[in-house]
Design a protein around this ligand. Structure first.
Ligand SMILES: *Cc1c(COP(=O)(O)O)cnc(C)c1O
Length: 352
């Protein structure tokens, strides 16, 4: 177990949190004249539950984890930012993140004036854990691992990730935004065992709630207490809480969709590999495929002018001429394949 109190920034350790009207009184009353709200009954006139208990109960059922280990942020982005603010002293501390990986760790580090040390992935985006160990110094407070990784799609061995959590005297954040498409188990099984592990599972991707902004952080109760202390009191609106509860009721449909996306991913992999101009279709455990082509910028522009938007990752480390393609519906994937056919065959005519 890590001494979290020692790990905290000094100002956070001594912080006296804002006490909301709902913190000070939690029972049921007849008359609520404690929060300066509009007393005339409307849909949204009351402040929402700061701890989102009803929403967490539904998340608990779907994710099969205790309510006490669930934190909900205004998107995963808020959880990342809160972790920086809790543990990293601006201008002094640093964090470690993978390269290439999800861009928000770097941006959030920049906003908080925290150096983000990069561990570069290998040719096939494999991770040398020794490289993480040699990058850590006495001011390293957080290690971010994204598994399956965005934009590369591969996941990292769970035993090595657990070993890192055991060995590191700081916080390890495992971003599992794409875990629902992955055939490896989640790290969430370890959150009540280690008090320095945060597993992020956003509801933005497989669960189809990107516009609600619901990021889920699974963590030890000691970490939950720290996050609750520093979060904006009403960080999740009532509209988002209600819509989240409603959407989680569709879990059976969601699970079917996940299976369909995985099947489409494997179909698309085969189809894309058949183009001789597609040099590489990387292994993916997520709902996207990273591919390497001859000229990513040109293909990107071609697809764009034909109404198909993919993500151009050319310029990211080890991603020269690479495009990231999200798995769409069968129809959408078919349209992509048609346009690729047109593009490569038209080229054959011109240069043929
Ligand atoms: C999309 C994505 C997220 C989502 O973040 P939200 O703020 O919850 O929408 C988080 N992490 C990774 C790696 C992602 O790709």
């Amino acid at each position: 177990m890590v001494d979290l109190n020692n790990l905290l920034r000094d100002n956070i350790r001594v912080l006296k949190p804002y006490s909301t009207a709902r913190d000070e009184y939690q029972g049921e009353a007849e008359v609520y004249i404690d929060a300066n709200e509009n007393p005339f009954t409307k849909k949204y006139n009351r402040y929402p539950d700061p701890y989102q208990i009803e929403l967490k109960k539904e998340i608990s059922k779907v994710k099969k984890i205790a309510v006490e280990n669930i934190f909900v942020g205004n998107g995963s982005d808020e959880i990342i930012d809160l972790a920086f603010r809790a543990f990293c002293k601006p201008g002094v501390d640093n964090v470690v993140a993978l390269d290439p990986s999800y861009g928000m760790y770097q941006v959030s580090g920049g906003i908080n004036d925290i150096q983000v040390k990069k561990v570069v992935l290998g040719k096939y985006f494999e991770l040398d854990f020794e490289h993480i160990y040699s990058t850590i110094d006495t001011h390293t407070k957080i290690i971010f691992l994204c598994s399956p990784n965005n934009p590369t799609g591969n996941s990292f061995p769970i035993e090595k990730m657990e070993k890192l959590v055991q060995d590191f005297n700081g916080i390890v954040i495992i971003d599992e935004a794409y875990i629902d498409y992955c055939d490896q188990a989640s790290m969430k099984q370890f959150v009540s065992k280690y008090n320095n592990l945060i597993v992020m599972q956003t509801l933005s991707k497989a669960y189809g709630m990107a516009s609600l902004r619901l990021g889920v952080g699974l963590m030890h109760q000691q970490l939950i207490a720290i996050f609750n202390k520093i979060k904006p009191p009403y960080n999740i609106s009532l509209a988002a809480q209600r819509a989240g509860i409603e959407s989680l009721a569709d879990n059976d449909i969601i699970q079917k969709e996940i299976k369909e996306i995985i099947a489409e991913r494997e179909r698309l992999r085969v189809e894309l590999t058949a183009f001789k101009e597609v040099k590489q279709v990387y292994e993916s455990q997520a709902n996207f495929l990273l591919i390497k082509v001859d000229n990513a910028n040109e293909l990107y522009d071609y697809l764009l002018t034909h109404g198909i938007i993919v993500r151009n990752r050319h310029g990211q480390t080890n991603c020269d001429n690479s495009l990231r393609i999200t798995i769409g519906t069968q129809d959408e994937n078919q349209k992509l394949l048609e346009k690729l056919n047109e593009y490569y065959n038209a080229e054959d005519i011109v240069f043929g």
